[in-house]
Each structure stands twice: as C-alpha cells, then as structure tokens.
Design a binder for this molecule. Sequence first.
Ligand code: SF4
Length: 332
Amino acid sequence: MDHEKRKKSVSLISGGLDSALATKLILDQGIEVTGIHFTSLFASRRDKERGLQAVRTAEELGIRLITIDKGPEYIDLIKNPRYGYGKNMNPCIDCRIFMLQKAKAVMEQEEAGFVVTGEVLGQRPMSQQRNTIHLIEKRSGLAGLIVRPLSAKLFPPSEPETTGIVNRELLLGVSGRSRAVQQELVNEYHLKAYSSPGGGCLLTDPIFSNKLRELFHDDKDCTVKDIQLLTFGRHFRLGRGTKLVVGRNQKENEALEALWEPTYTLISPADFKGPRGIIKGCHDGDALTTAAAILAFYGKYDAPEIMLEIYDGERTTARFVRTDVDVEGLRI
Ligand code: SF4
C-alpha cells in the first residue's frame, strides 16, 4: 500500500447503526473516509427511509457520500445467483459480492487503500457467517482489504491492520444479533443519525418474491418497468406472456398510468367507477374480456356489459360481454 493510500478508505453506509459506528471508529483514527450508499429497484419502503438516513449519517460524521444504484446488471444477478437464494428471492451472498466489487472500484477511483464495513460476525444468517464472509471477501477481489471495525478482533488482521495504518487495538470484537455494545457506543459518541436495525430489501419479502419468481418464469427478458410494476396492485396471469395488474386505490391507479410504456395496454372503466389496469403482453379480445370482468369485479359493477377505455398509444373504447371469471384463481 503506497503512502498516499495510507490514511484513506471507503465505507459502506447503509443508514443503520452498525455502519455508522464502524465508520466512526475509523474516522477516530484520523483516517479519511468516503461513504458509499447503495440503492436499487428492490429497496423496500424501509430501505428508502434508510437511504435518507444514510445522507444524515454522512452529514453527522462529516464525510462525503457517494450513492450508487445497483442498476439493471443487478437484475441478471438475481435471475441466476451463483450462491443461491436465502429464504426468499434474496441472493445475499452474491449481492454482497456485487456491492463490494462496486466499492472496490470506488476505492481505486478515490485512491483509497481499503474498504470499511459495518459487518458483525454471526448477525445475519446468510451473509455474516465466518465462512461466507471469507468467501465474499475473496470473490469481491478485496482479500485482506476489508476492515470490519465492529468484529475485527474475531478475524485475522486485515492488511491495513497488519501494516499499522489501522490500529487493531482500537477495534472491537462484537458478534451475534444483540446490539448492546453498539447501543452503548452510540450513546457514548452521541450519534443520532441512524435508523433502527431490522428489515431487508424487497427480495426478502415472501409476497414480492412470489411475484418476482413468477415473472422470471414467465418472461425471461422482463424489463425494469415490469419489475417496478410488481410493487403495485393485484396481479393476474391471463395466459402465457400475458398479465394484468389492477390498482388497489387511487394512488396505485395513478402510478399505473405513470408507468405506462408502449409494451403495455392501459385499461380503465368507461361506464362505471372502478380500478385501472395494465396489461402486459397479448391484449386480444379474450384477454380484454377477462380483464374487463376483473375490473368490474373490483368495481362491484354487476351489469351484463362492460365498457372499457383502452390506451395502447391510441385511445379507444370497447364494449365487452361480461363472462364468468375465477378472479382468485387467476391471481398470482
Ligand atoms: S437483504 Fe437484499 S440488499 Fe441485503 S444483502 Fe440480501 S439481497 Fe442484498
């Protein structure tokens, strides 16, 4: 490690307690830190709040924060994770490798010498066990260059610790899920800008994961918009390659309209009050007849005929004879 890189690092800032503390422990050694925060299509509402918190954490610690979106390449990773999924569609090991590879690129760009993480040994079932931490470090190309201030004493010394750039004696040996030690430190440091622990991204959510699995199964080339659609409304499979999403409230109806793109057909009730829907895929007579019946079902509309306004780039209206549809049976 050359002289200039001695006192520079990059640190993964989640917005949570552990990464704030880990960064503080490094800053207190007089080492410069640039924060990195990751966002993605799969951020849960809680993750988004943590994103705002990450900005506040960086401000409180007085460091610069770089925000990186995981981007479309992350979707390919989720489709086919080398190290598999956790309980749901969360490929935590591959995801950690991915983030650390990005952090490595920033480290090099910033001419920093190492990466800091708030990892705590044994805190998470999938990605924070000793053998997986080791695997992730190796696969990220950062072997020996990750400093984990909260659990450092439970690992062999990293390169910055061996060379004395980081004083290992001032690092901790915390393990497990209890955050008692971290809480004490937060009080001691008077840190306020962090969010409470818990939660994961949408990929850890069973309902979202079911929809995503079904989407990947049906449409291998699904787009970012198709995935965004999974976070809104009720979803119905109308046939291979054809799907209907129905808004659950006014806000979702508006969101569906905003998400429209030329591969989608937007449908709305023309002669009754009811939800809006988006069809992806084939929107021939059969698909539209079924979709009309589903909109009428949620609009509590009993008439034998249903008028829809249809927008597929051009706006038209059409009338459909109501058919019997097993609404729950079609639900994804
Ligand atoms: S919970 Fe989500 S963001 Fe966190 S490591 Fe797992 S896949 Fe990645």
